[in-house]
Design a protein around this ligand. Structure first.
Ligand SMILES: Cc1cc2nc3c(=O)[nH]c(=O)nc-3n(C[C@H](O)[C@H](O)[C@H](O)COP(=O)(O)OP(=O)(O)OC[C@H]3O[C@@H](n4cnc5c(N)ncnc54)[C@H](O)[C@@H]3O)c2cc1C
Length: 408
């Protein structure tokens, strides 16, 4: 492969975390050529994690989440095209077509279009809320502002975003009611054991959680919302927020000829072709880990950051990262912090090595075939970081248990 030179033009599509961090990283790597960043939102690149936390609680104005300040933008020397979605990519000519008929002829293209909140096909349609963007939170605030204290807000889905939103709404004096389809929130992510340790958290934060909820519809009635359950029962709510996961933004690539399969399929260097790459939430990448390699898509803030840095380094220097990417995720919910290292499967074995659910503090190791695959902690940030090296080089569970860094 040839490294970038100053005669090149890199077009980055998607002005979110991954796209913006890539722009910054590429300049840090010394790239002096043309750089264009295209985004469909009207906002400058911003950070999403605060949206369901500080911003929704009302602690921060949304502008605090901005990543690309005036100074940063000037330093990055990037042409920023906002409010215009890309509609098509011609891979052979590395040309990105925009909705306003602009054609951006690049030499290299980075796909960083992220993911969007999954919508559910209910009658109330777009009057249901999701929390993915600054505009989503603004719309939600308009509907929440007139509500009296203890007004019921239904939260459909008790996963990470659902739990964070419920926590924020409770802090605002509302009465969030979480309606979860499965037998326990996060059971399909963290597995049966660890999800059971988390089950009591909503109640401890004064939030009602109802599990095994089969919802047939959500519709409007008398100025309110009604949630209709398969049982025929209904629930009245003043607002409804859906947290049902996310789907990758790949539709604009339908005619590109790229391999699309739950994301843009890319290799271990994040490349779909020599000159087209995908990073962040949208990338289904070949992830090298201590157990080997697997094709996966990971919706974590840290992964988007790391992808951006690795791709910039690879294209600017022709050198691939040698350190394994260790995915990191955190979630602030019910006044606790859940943290996760690695990318364990819900079917992996789990060993609790410190703490207990009663203390609402614990450390768990995940393992598969005796090899450590992940570390998950509740309100034990130091223990998590001390265990990171188990995921940087292959580590047998027995060796990790003997080393026990979480004791320190
Ligand atoms: C509310 C919320 C809270 C979160 N909290 C956490 C957390 O606590 N911890 C954690 O690890 N992760 C968290 N995440 C996940 C994290 O924010 C994402 O992993 C990260 O934003 C991914 O960055 P990205 O750039 O790949 O995608 P995005 O941030 O989704 O950015 C993609 C951008 O591309 C734009 N776009 C899409 N299609 C087009 C198009 N055709 N043309 C132009 N632009 C387009 C999108 O509108 C968006 O602006 C949270 C996410 C949300 C929504």
């Amino acid at each position: 492969m040839t490294v970038l030179d100053d005669g090149d033009h890199v077009v980055v599509v998607g002005a979110g975390l991954a796209g913006w961090r890539f722009v910054e990283a590429l300049r840090r790597e010394g790239y002096g050529g043309a750089l264009t960043l295209v985004g469909d939102e009207s906002h400058r690149p911003y950070d999403r994690p605060p949206l369901s936390k500080q911003v929704l609680v009302g602690k921060w104005p949304a502008e605090h989440a901005t990543l690309a300040t005036d100074d940063h933008l000037a330093a990055a020397d990037v042409r920023l095209l906002l409010g215009t979605p890309a509609t098509r990519l011609d891979v052979a000519t590395t040309t990105v077509h925009l909705a306003d008929d602009t054609a951006l002829a690049g030499t290299h293209v980075v796909i960083a279009t992220g993911s969007r909140a999954r919508l559910l096909p209910f009658s109330a349609g777009h009057q249901l809320h999701t929390v993915r963007s600054i505009d989503d939170v603004a719309r939600l605030n308009v509907d929440l502002a007139p509500l009296e204290a203890e007004s019921v807000v239904a939260g459909i889905g008790g996963g990470f975003i659902g739990a964070e939103v419920a926590t924020a709404l409770r802090t605002r004096g509302l009465r969030p009611l979480i309606l979860e389809a499965s037998e326990r929130p996060l059971i399909n992510v963290l597995g049966p054991e660890v999800s059971s340790w988390l089950e009591g958290l909503p109640a401890s934060a004064g939030i009602e959680l109802r599990t095994r909820q089969k919802i047939d519809d959500v519709y409007r009635a008398d100025g309110d919302f009604r949630v209709l359950f398969a049982s025929g029962d209904t629930l009245a709510a003043r607002a409804v927020v859906v947290g049902a996961g996310a789907v990758p933004n790949v539709e604009w690539l339908a005619t590109s000829g790229l391999s699309i399969d739950d994301g843009v399929v890319v290799n271990e260097h994040l490349l779909a072709t020599d000159r087209v790459a995908a990073i962040g939430d949208v990338a289904r990448f070949e992830w090298a880990n201590t157990a080997g390699s697997e094709l996966t898509r990971i919706e974590h803030w840290q992964v988007a950051n790391d992808h951006a840095g690795s791709l910039a380094h690879y294209w600017a220097q022709g050198v691939a990262a040698t350190k394994l990417l260790v995915p990191y995720f955190w979630s602030d919910q019910y006044a606790k912090k859940i943290q996760l290292l690695g990318h364990p499967r819900p079917s992996d074995d789990v060993t609790r090595v410190a703490g207990s659910s009663d203390e609402a503090k614990w450390v768990a190791l995940y393992s598969r075939d005796g090899l450590v695959t992940g570390v998950v902690t509740l309100s034990q940030p130091r223990a998590l970081m001390l265990s990171k090296h188990f995921l940087e080089t292959p580590t047998q569970l027995d060796a990790a248990l003997a080393a026990a860094p979480w004791i320190n």
